[in-house]
Design a protein around this ligand. Structure first.
Ligand code: SAH
Length: 478
């Protein structure tokens, strides 16, 4: 760490800046947030800076800088937008004993200005030692989004309330109170005006003081198809607050990483046709933790409401009188169809789409094969690898055009995503021969849109690991 971050008390200190153009303006916007005495030295300052001077926000000296101008200054910024002038003014400031920053010149600067997230009095400074300003800006944008804009006001009022809140037992109850204040009650009260915050704090404290035992809660959260960037903000928040996370086999490690560090992680991985945790054991686990007062996240792949046995779990939780909610996720059909550049529905082709399961509790699942065999129909088949031959047989038996496209997307949205493009007549043995070992979604009635185009439009991490096998037929394994 070459640059050590500190928070400098600027109250009543002098900060001097040389320059009167855009670079100067950008720095001044930031510096005007402080309580420093600002002096700008510029022979030809632009109108905005003059207006700030007229408004009493800074002192403007309309000439070039001279020795002594920076006496007693804590900081000096050279923003002359001219390397030779920057060098001259920086040398003067240096001799006068001020710490020097030269705009856009990391090497000759004694300090640098970080990217700042301002929720005064909460201030977050982000630095990359000048190595990656783009990264600093991205982190800043991320934090800006996460921190409610009124956080500063909430923090200032909250600070004065700390003593009162100490009436709550130390640890979890106190943490819960403050979390509730900053992320629920506080922002809600603020929407009614700043004056509403104090009464809300009082009410919240008596509410928390009355809670002898914490109520458990179960959030049924859709984790999406695997790419952590496809998590919803709500899902992230739930993971961030969870005491217990009960998750399935298909949840990717990157997503599990996002759970609160202290959370208890329970794997109830369910393997199709393989060993699995029986559903009633899973139900009992969820209920057990909910009754203990835990914030439970039941994390399911894709969308929790699609082929997830969600209702059985909801019934168990409801019977135990535990509160619950559902956080929707991106189902794998959505991720899979995006990866081949197609739509699930299309005017003039299909005005409905079916989500089918390849197998159910009784074995291979039966469906309305006659309807599915119609030209233009689109079906997304979940858990369809093992039943591919059965599905092929049923569709052909009901008169489907054997040339109807079939596309299998394995590991949709993940780094190891693969796309297999075939037809009903060839889907077996093509699917069996492809050696798919990840979760796969099969589309009947959809082919990748102009395969090469769709591929080059994909973000790098979703490109298939296996290069496109060039072949002289239209059907190829991508
Ligand atoms: N609730 C999930 C589906 C659970 S059933 C959802 O909404 O997606 C499990 C099946 O989902 C798998 O057998 C597979 O068909 C499909 N699936 C889940 N994740 C997938 C992925 N990343 N790529 C392709 N298919 C996936």
């Amino acid at each position: 760490m070459n640059h050590f971050p500190i928070f400098l008390n600027t109250a009543g200190r002098r900060i001097v800046l040389s320059g009167g153009g855009d670079a100067a303006q950008a720095k001044l916007r930031l510096l005007m947030k402080t309580t420093a005495n600002l002096t700008v030295i510029a022979p030809d300052a632009d109108a905005q800076i003059k207006a700030w001077a007229n408004a009493g926000k800074l002192t403007l000296i309309e000439r070039t800088m001279e020795p002594g101008d920076t006496l007693c200054a804590a900081l000096f910024y050279a923003a002359d937008e001219d390397a030779a002038e920057d060098k001259r003014t920086a040398a003067i400031a240096h001799a006068d004993g001020a710490l020097v920053n030269i705009v856009d010149n990391l090497a000759d600067s004694q300090f640098i200005t970080p990217a700042i997230v301002d929720r005064d009095p909460v201030t977050i400074a982000i630095g990359t030692e000048g190595a990656a300003p783009v990264l600093a800006r991205a982190i800043k944008a991320d934090l800006e989004e996460k921190l409610p804009t009124g956080l500063g006001t909430l923090a200032a009022i909250g600070k004065a309330f700390r003593k009162a809140a100490d009436a709550l037992p130390f640890g979890r109850p106190r943490r819960d109170f403050w979390r509730d204040y900053y992320f629920n009650a506080g922002p809600r009260a603020m929407a009614d005006g700043v004056e509403a915050i104090q009464p809300a704090l009082d009410a919240l404290l008596s509410d928390h003081l009355m809670r002898d035992t914490r109520q458990g809660h179960v959030a049924f959260v859709g984790a999406g198809p695997g790419d952590p960037e496809l998590l919803t903000l709500k899902a992230r928040k739930a993971l961030d607050e969870a005491d217990v996370v009960i998750y399935d086999r298909l949840i990717s490690p990157e997503i599990l990483e996002l759970a609160r560090r202290e959370a208890t992680m329970i794997d109830v991985g369910k393997e199709a046709f393989g060993p699995s945790t029986p559903q009633d054991v899973i139900n009992a686990l969820i209920v057990e933790h909910g009754l203990k007062g835990a914030q439970v996240v039941r994390l399911k792949s894709g969308d929790a409401t699609v082929f997830g046995r969600l209702d059985e779990e909801i019934d168990a939780v409801t019977d135990a009188n535990i509160s619950w909610n559902i956080v929707p996720g991106i189902t794998s059909a959505s991720a899979a169809v995006a990866s081949i550049g197609q739509s699930l529905t299309k005017r003039g082709r299909n005005s409905s789409v079916r989500f089918l399961t390849g197998h159910d509790m009784k074995g291979f699942a039966d469906h309305d094969w006659k309807a599915l065999a119609q030209t233009g129909e689109v079906a997304a088949i979940y858990m369809g690898k093992k039943s591919a031959r059965f599905i092929q047989g049923r569709l052909l038996m009901h008169g489907i055009d054997p040339a109807t496209p079939v596309t299998v997307i394995e590991n949709a949205s993940r780094r190891d995503q693969r796309v297999l493009s075939t037809t009903v007549s060839d889907m077996e043995p093509t699917i069996s021969n492809a050696g798919l070992d990840g979760p796969a979604l099969t589309f009947i009635g959809l082919a990748p849109r102009a395969a090469q185009n769709a591929l080059s439009g994909l973000p790098p991490h979703t490109q298939p690991m296996h290069p496109v096998a060039q072949s002289d037929t239209a059907r190829k394994v991508l």
